[in-house]
Design a protein around this ligand. Structure first.
Ligand code: SAM
Length: 213
């Protein structure tokens, strides 16, 4: 995601600890206290500017959402959305998905969303794709048994790669759509990239898959 560098973003994130988790390692094993309830936790990895996570939080008040985003200049827009909506069931973390096991115990997360992840089309960059086997292992190690990944993209190459990667990992595919916006799937919440690419006529691919306990 191209965006202007925002050197003030770190300070603003620190001003809203009720939404932007400052010391996520301290929350490991403590998420029930952090949210003040034991509702299921769904995380979005690469949450971008937060349209999806805030839309989901509004639509599903009994689920707790956490947006994971590497870029502070991007996640700051998600923070603005959460502040404006005063959403009690969404938090954000400015961290790398590589490190998620430092922030969650096995079983603390109920679902992982991956939306419009960077495709990294060159073979030598395969390890950076968020559906590469090392990332799948991280997700498996924080998800509950039979936890699910829900993945959307406009990128056919990344979708094909991900179908193979997930099945080689031993996951079970529960749902596949090769044209989400012309499918019977209900309750879709659009992401920023989804709006942008679907307006240009791109087809959106979607899958749900579960780890086998
Ligand atoms: N999900 C949003 C959407 O659909 O509009 C943003 C999509 S954007 C193409 C991908 C986002 O993933 C970028 O904001 C990028 O910084 C973030 N990202 C990439 N690798 C990441 C990682 N290892 N950990 C956390 N975020 C990551």
């Amino acid at each position: 995601m191209r965006t202007r560098n925002k050197p003030w973003a770190k300070d603003k994130l620190a001003q809203y600890p009720q939404y932007a988790i400052g010391s996520p390692a301290d929350c490991r094993g403590e998420w029930t206290s952090v949210f003040g309830n034991d509702h299921p936790i769904h995380i979005e990895v690469g949450t971008g500017k937060g349209s999806f996570i805030t839309g989901m939080a509004k639509a599903h008040p009994n689920i707790n959402y956490i947006g994971i985003e590497l870029s502070e200049s991007v996640i700051i827009t998600a923070l603005d959305r959460i502040i404006e909506e005063e959403l009690p069931n969404v938090k954000i973390m400015n961290v790398n998905a590589n490190d998620l096991e430092q922030f969650f115990n096995k079983g603390e997360v109920d679902r992982v969303y991956l939306n419009f992840s960077d495709p990294w089309p060159k073979t030598r960059h395969e390890k950076r794709r968020l559906t590469f086997k090392s990332f799948l292992k991280v997700y498996e190690n924080i998800l509950r048994d039979n936890g699910e990944i829900h993945f959307k993209t406009d990128n056919q190459g990344l979708f094909e790669y991900s179908l193979t990667s997930l099945s080689q990992y031993g996951m079970t595919l529960l749902y596949v759509s090769l044209d989400l916006h012309n499918s019977s799937y209900e309750g879709n919440i659009m992401t920023e990239y989804e709006k942008k690419f679907s307006e240009k006529g791109s087809r959106i691919y979607r899958l749900e898959a579960k780890f086998n306990a």
